[in-house]
Design a binder for this molecule. Structure first.
Ligand SMILES: [Ca+2]
Length: 434
């Protein structure tokens, strides 16, 4: 439909403003947001809508006699016709019928059959052209919203019909110097309240290099009784982790360990991308402390963040990455074990990662966890930290020396925290707090 864009003052309608969005009531702060970062102004914006008001199209039905169109009866005369519209008869299996509309005022009052056509086996349909377009003009008052804040802030703008909520996401914007202007064209927008809240940062990006985000979730820890190689200590129970965290996608390499501690105690030398081994639990904890100090000093993590060993539950949850079997893949594809390691550690990140991007969770070197070793809780657990007393610390995942029965997601062992051997390394986690 084309329509000349002209102003027709005589047809302008009064603004259909039903309710005023009071800027004083508009929410400029919400739980969790920093008011200094985001502001929101609600104003009004005059929206001119030029509409082409069409009349109503007439309708009619055909009378069929012995295969001929013998009459057309108007069922609705329509409105807005300035001249006789074209009438078309179609369908019904026949052809040749023609007809002419008769107007009375701007309405179709009758249709005269000019030629009856032939061969119709069922009643054909009749269509009458629509009346010509008319001009219209409508003026509406719509909310104009200005989002202000620190340039570059990601903001979610929400609306509600009540100033106390509930709030519905409307749009995402990134703030600019001088603000971002939005106009809400929803039909009922003049009854809305608005607020702006900072968009939660995406925890899937922005972590330290070489770390992957492990989302919070629930999983079954332990192994079923029929899993090959299973030990009694692997009693299945449901564990919920309420906090996501970052986890190194690889075992700490000799290069990384040396850079942080100044030493390399490993047995298998020659390639600094091999995992560090012959590190005690105490050594691993000290490494995490030193790494935390270094990264905080460099401004790469906040004062609230700290590197640490993962809990045993975090480790198994991350290793499984949603899988429930003995391993997160075929053993030779994912792990260095006795069957393929050549009786030594191998550089990290060569075997296939699990679904969350973690390498060598199974095989290569065992990995220290933070927990004391002990029996699992009898029921489900939330954010378990291990038993409160004991002597050994947990290590997980199997190593280059082990047969496949030890290279499973559920395998667990304990060792004195001062113990060191050429089978055992670690990987750090980083808390998500910022
Ligand atoms: Ca490993």
């Amino acid at each position: 439909m084309t329509c000349p864009f002209i102003l027709a003052p005589g047809k302008a309608k009064a603004p259909k403003l039903q309710a005023v969005v009071d800027p004083r009531k508009s929410q400029v702060s919400a739980a969790g947001m920093k008011p200094v970062q985001v502001g929101l102004l609600v104003g009004f914006f005059w929206l001119l809508v030029v509409r082409c008001w069409a009349g109503e199209t007439a309708t009619a039905v055909v009378t069929l006699t012995a295969g001929y169109v013998t009459g057309i009866t108007v069922t609705s005369g329509g409105s807005g016709y300035a001249s006789e519209p074209i009438v078309t008869v179609s369908g019904g299996g026949g052809s040749g019928a023609t007809a002419k509309a008769i107007l009375s005022g701007d309405t179709v009052s009758a249709i005269v059959v000019l030629t009856a056509g032939s061969g119709y086996v069922s009643v054909p349909s009749v269509s009458i052209n629509a009346p010509p377009e008319d001009l219209g003009l409508e003026v509406e008052l719509v909310p104009k919203i200005k989002v202000r804040g620190l340039a570059g802030s990601a903001v979610i703008v929400q609306w509600s019909i009540d100033s106390s909520g509930p709030w519905t996401d409307w749009t995402n914007v990134t703030t600019l110097t001088g603000g971002v202007v939005l106009v809400d064209l929803a039909p009922d927008a003049t009854t809305r309240f608005y607020r702006a809240i900072p968009k939660p940062s995406d925890p899937g990006t922005g972590g330290p290099p070489g770390f992957v985000w492990i989302p919070p979730g629930t999983f079954v820890m332990g192994s079923p009784p029929d899993e090959e190689g299973r030990w009694d200590a692997e009693v299945q129970h449901t564990v919920t982790l309420t906090q996501g965290f970052w986890l190194s996608d690889h075992e700490v390499t000799q290069e990384e360990y040396q850079a942080v501690t100044g030493s390399n105690p490993s047995n298998f030398k020659g390639d600094l991308n091999r995992p560090v081994e012959r590190v005690s639990w105490d050594d691993a904890v000290l490494y995490c402390q030193k790494l935390t100090e270094r990264e905080r000093a460099a401004g790469r993590i906040t004062a609230q963040q700290a590197y640490r060993l993962p809990t045993e539950a975090e480790w198994e949850y991350a290793a499984r990455a949603g899988t429930t079997g003995a391993r997160y893949g075929e053993v030779d594809a994912i792990a260095w074990w006795a069957g393929n390691s050549g009786s030594q550690t191998q550089p990290v990140r060569q075997k296939a990662a699990n679904a969350w991007g973690l390498y060598d969770m199974l095989g290569n070197v065992w990995e220290w966890c933070s927990d004391l070793y002990g029996s699992y809780p009898s029921g489900s657990a939330t954010d378990p930290m291990g038993p409160s007393s004991g002597s050994d610390r947990v290590y997980r995942g199997g190593c280059w020396f082990n047969f496949a029965g030890y290279v499973r997601s559920a395998v667990r062992y304990g060792l004195d925290p001062g113990g060191r051997n050429l089978y055992l390394g670690f990987r750090p986690a980083l808390s998500s707090a910022r």
